[in-house]
Design a protein around this ligand. Structure first.
Ligand code: NAD
Ligand code: DAU
Length: 352
């Protein structure tokens, strides 16, 4: 059995928890160290089903704590890092940009420094995998796709901080020959998604018959991917990706926000036994997000051709599974929407 020790940062978050689960269950010979500061977005409940696995370890560490990073690298001597920890919500980045600079930029550089120092000259078998976003490429018009060659053009403090972190990762490859790989993925959805993001927020509001705040004209377009398919892509790139390369990951699945919201409403009415059209009445157009990117769409040809990856579920199936999960996990939803969440929600949507 192959053995490896891998540090996964942000493993208590939405995507990170799916990646941790996949690696812990698929690779019993690996030691998986989940490094996470447990911010508002980090939740160990996301990993309840695997937390007792003998190949899983949790370390509550903040990326800004360089001494702790030093300890982690010395203690575990990792073969690889899969870096997902980040501040991830665009609206929060508009309210508080510096938090994004600290975690996404400084935190990433701290992690790169720890890897560089610890791996030294013995790095040929190591890998620093940085998980990034399609938002670094900016906004598309009605046509076209983001490829790996699309120039960076970020517009929000979030995407600017992710772009900066991507540049640092590439700089460490060019300057110090640190073995790195980067993936830029489109919008994820699925179980354990924090209800500040469009899909889980609207599922929660429909359950509670609260308004569905659609920004601007609702014609903004995103390319949606089921989170488990993203985790599978990360597994493939980690094991088979070319060092120094970038891979775009996307769902081949573009939806205008308003059409997506209507689909969520229809599926929810059916599942909740409500009259068809009842949830759509909750749709409320509100003030737009500043700097709102009109359209994102990923060309995922490279990862498809080179590594054979493609999404495994249709959007209708993935959305249906996601809604079922939220309906069956009301306690989880109640837990994450109490306290600080209420404060955020009231502040954010009072301004609109
Ligand atoms: P998330 O907000 O759900 O989780 C982020 C995790 O990082 C949390 O567990 C949090 O506690 C942890 N964290 C935050 N700051 C930290 C710090 N200073 N030190 C240590 N841990 C810290 O995020 P997500 O949606 O799962 O996104 C994960 C990664 O994937 C991010 O890098 C994001 O930019 C990228 N990404 C997300 C999407 C998406 O649709 N959600 C799409 C493409 C790329
Ligand atoms: O594209 C990848 C990115 O997708 C990730 O890098 C980010 O971490 C992730 O948060 C996500 O960013 P978005 O800004 O696209 O996701 P969000 O769910 O916040 O918004 C999706 C769309 O829905 C966007 O056009 C804004 C709109 N929206 C969002 C919210 C929260 C609304 O109309 N109303 C809302 O209340």
């Amino acid at each position: 059995m192959t053995t490896k020790t891998i540090i996964i940062t942000g493993g208590a978050g939405f995507i990170g928890s799916h990646v941790v689960r996949l690696f812990v269950t698929k690779y019993p010979g690996y030691k998986i160290v989940n490094l996470d500061a447990l911010t508002y977005a980090g939740n160990l409940e996301n990993l309840k089903d695997i937390e007792m696995s003998s190949n899983y370890i949790f370390e509550k560490v903040n990326l800004l704590d360089t001494e702790e990073l030093e300890r982690i690298f010395t203690q575990y001597n990792p073969d690889g890092v899969i870096h997902l920890a980040a501040e991830s919500h665009v609206d929060r980045s508009i309210l508080s940009p510096l938090d994004f600079v600290f975690t996404n930029v400084v935190g990433t550089v701290n992690l790169l420094n720890a890897a560089k120092k610890h791996w030294g000259d013995d790095k040929s078998t190591k890998l620093f995998y940085h998980v990034s976003t399609d938002e670094v490429y900016g906004a598309l018009g009605d046509t076209g796709f983001f490829t790996e060659e699309t120039p960076y053009d970020p517009h929000s403090p979030y995407s600017a901080s992710k772009a900066a972190s991507d540049h640092f990762v590439r700089a460490y490859y060019d300057t110090y020959e640190l073995p790195v790989v980067i993936t830029n993925c489109s919008n994820n959805y699925g179980p354990y998604h924090f209800p500040e993001k469009l899909i889980p927020l609207f599922i929660n509001n429909i359950i509670n018959k609260k308004p569905l705040p659609v920004y601007g004209d609702g014609l903004y377009t995103r390319d949606w991917l089921f989170v488990k398919d993203h985790a599978i892509a990360i597994d493939l790139v980690f094991h088979k990706g070319k060092v120094g390369d970038t891979y775009n990951i996307g769902g081949f699945n573009e939806w205008r926000n308003i059409d997506l919201v209507k689909l969520v409403c229809t599926q929810m009415d059916e599942k909740l036994g409500r009259e068809n059209g009842e949830s759509e009445k909750l749709i409320t157009y509100v003030k737009d997000r500043p700097g709102h990117d009109r359209r994102y769409a990923i060309d995922a040809t490279k990862i498809n051709k080179e590594l054979g990856w493609k999404p495994s579920v249709t959007f209708e199936e993935g959305l249906s599974q996601t809604i079922d999960w939220y309906l069956q996990n009301e306690e989880w939803l109640k837990g994450v929407t109490s306290g600080a969440y209420q404060h955020y929600y009231e502040g954010m949507y009072a301004q609109r």
